[in-house]
Design a protein around this ligand. Sequence first.
Ligand code: PNS
Length: 162
Amino acid sequence: MRLAAIYPGSFDPLTNGHLDIIRRAARLADELIVAVLNNTQKTPLFTTAERVEMIREATSDLVGVEVACFHGLLVDYARERGARWIVRGLRAISDYETELQMAAINRRLYPEIDTLFLPGVEESAFISSRMVKEIITLGGDASAFVPAAVNRRLHEKSGGSR
Ligand code: PNS
C-alpha cells in the first residue's frame, strides 16, 4: 500500500524550516501533499496561488511531492486525498502544546489519521513566517531564512527597495 502523507500549513511564506521538513517527509512517504491553507478569514502577505507557486518552485527537485491548496477542515481534505499521516514540524517546546491539541482534535475527527512530528533542525529552530514578514516589512534582508524562490517574491513585494 502506498503511504500518502499531508503537510499542511499557511506557508505565508515558506521558510527554510518548512523546506527542511518537506525534504525529510518526502523521504518517509511515497507521496507527500504539501497543502496550503486557503483561509478567507485572514489577509496573508501572499495569495494562495502565490504561495503554491513558490513552494512548487522550491520543491521542483523533489520526487513524490505535490503542492495543492485546501479550505475547510484539514481532516476532510486528508480523507478526500487518502492521506493517513499529517506531518508537522516542531521547532521548540513552545510549539508542542498547540500541536498536540491539533493532533488530538484531528484524530478525534478522523480516527484513521495520525500526526507525525518531525523535529526542526537547529539552524531553523528560530525561523517563522511571522518573523520573515516582520524583517521584510522593516526593510531587512530575509534571504538567510527562506528559499531563493521566496526571497525573490519578498523582494518584489517590498518594491525591490533592498
Ligand atoms: O502554518 P500554520 O498556520 O501553523 O498551519 C495551521 C494549519 C493550517 C495546519 C491549521 O490551522 C489547520 O489545519 N487549519 C484547517 C482548519 C482545521 O482543520 N482546523 C481544525 C484543526 S485543530
